[in-house]
Design a protein around this ligand. Structure first.
Ligand code: COA
Length: 258
C-alpha cells in the first residue's frame, strides 16, 4: 500500500515508521489514522520485523489530532463523529497491541494525541528540548481515546494535573512521570535508539512478544489472578525452541541463534 502521510522504511529486521506531514507538524487526520492502522495490522502479521521505530518528520514529532479535521467533523452527525472517533481508538489499540517492541523518537513536541502515541511505545527517547502537553482542554476538548494509555503510563495523579491544566511540560518531567525513558541531546537521538535496538535484537523475538503480552495481562489482573497466567507463561517459554536454545547457548558459552 502506498502511504500519503506515512513514510515506512526497513533496515534489516527493524521497521522505521515516520509520520510524514511536517507542514502541519505531523498532526493526524482520518487518512493518517487509516494508514497507521493498516500499517500496524500488517506489521503485526510479519514474522521478520523484530522492532519498530516510530518518529515524525521535520521539527516536531506530532502535534496531535489535526484541528482542521476536528473542525470539519463538528458539522457531521453524532453517529458519523462516533464512527470517526472509533477509528482513532482502533488505531491506538492496534499500536498498543503490536507484538514487536516499539521505540518512540520524540523531537520538538508531542502534544495531545502525540502524547498518546508516545504512551503506546515501549521505549521512548526524547530530545532534551522537546515539549509535551495534554492541551485538549484548552481547545474545549478532552484527551479521550488516548486516556487509557496515558493514564497507564503516568498514573492518575499526574493525569489529574496534566489533563486539567493542559500545561506544557518538559522532556525531563515526562521522564520523571515514566512517559519517556531517555532524555538526550537532539543530536544523540539516533545513537541512543541504535543502542536500544541492539539490546532489543539480543532478545529472542518470541520472548519479547511474550514479555509484552505478560505486561499487558498483569496490568489488568490482581496478583492472585496473575499467578496461573504467569506460571503458564514461563512453563511455555522454557519448553519452547527459543527458551531451550537460549539456555543451551548460555551454558555452551555461545551466542543464541536468533
Ligand atoms: N492541527 C492542525 N494544524 C496544526 C496543528 C494541529 N494539531 N498543529 C500545528 N498545526 C499547523 C499550524 O496551524 C501551522 O499551519 P500554517 O503553516 O498554515 O499556519 C503549521 O502547523 C505550523 O505550526 P506552527 O505553530 O507555526 O509551528 P511551530 O513549529 O512554531 O509549533 C507546535 C509547533 C506543535 C508546538 C504548535 O503548532 C502547536 O502548539 N500546535 C497545537 C498542538 C495541540 O495543541 N494539539 C492538540 C490537538 S487535540
Amino acid at each position: 500500500m502506498g502511504f500519503r502521510y506515512l513514510d515506512v522504511r526497513r533496515d534489516g529486521s527493524v521497521e522505521h515508521v515516520t509520520l510524514n506531514r511536517p507542514d502541519v507538524r505531523n498532526a493526524f487526520n482520518d487518512v493518517t489514522i487509516k494508514e497507521i492502522t493498516w500499517w500496524a495490522d500488517a506489521v503485526a502479521a510479519k514474522r521478520d520485523v523484530r522492532a519498530v521505530v516510530l518518529g515524525g518528520a521535520g521539527s516536531v514529532f506530532c502535534a496531535g489530532a489535526d484541528l482542521e479535521w476536528m473542525r470539519r467533523m463538528a458539522a457531521y452527525s453524532h453517529q458519523e463523529n462516533l464512527d470517526d472517533a472509533s477509528d482513532m481508538a482502533r488505531m491506538f489499540l492496534a499500536l498498543d497491541k503490536l507484538p514487536v517492541p516499539v521505540i518512540g523518537r520524540i523531537q520538538g513536541a508531542a502534544l495531545g494525541g502525540g502524547v498518546g502515541l508516545a504512551a503506546i511505545c515501549d521505549i521512548v527517547v526524547a530530545a532534551d528540548d522537546a515539549v509535551f502537553g495534554l492541551t485538549e482542554v484548552r481547545l474545549g476538548l478532552v484527551p479521550a481515546v488516548i486516556a487509557p494509555y496515558v493514564i497507564q503510563k503516568i498514573g492518575r495523579s499526574a493525569a489529574r494535573e496534566l489533563f486539567l491544566t493542559g500545561a506544557r511540560f518538559s522532556a525531563q518531567r515526562a521522564a520523571a512521570l515514566g512517559l519517556v525513558h531517555a532524555v538526550v541531546a537532539p543530536s544523540s537521538l539516533d545513537q541512543t535508539i541504535s543502542a536500544y535496538l541492539a539490546d532489543l535484537l539480543a532478545g529472542a523475538p518470541g520472548a519479547l512478544a511474550a514479555a509484552k503480552h505478560l505486561i499487558a495481562e498483569c496490568g489488568r489482573r490482581t496478583t492472585t489472578e496473575s499467578a496461573t497466567f504467569c506460571a503458564e507463561a514461563i512453563a511455555e517459554r522454557r519448553a519452547s525452541a527459543e527458551g531451550q536454545e537460549g539456555i543451551k547457548a548460555f551454558l555452551d558459552k555461545r551466542k543464541p541463534d536468533w
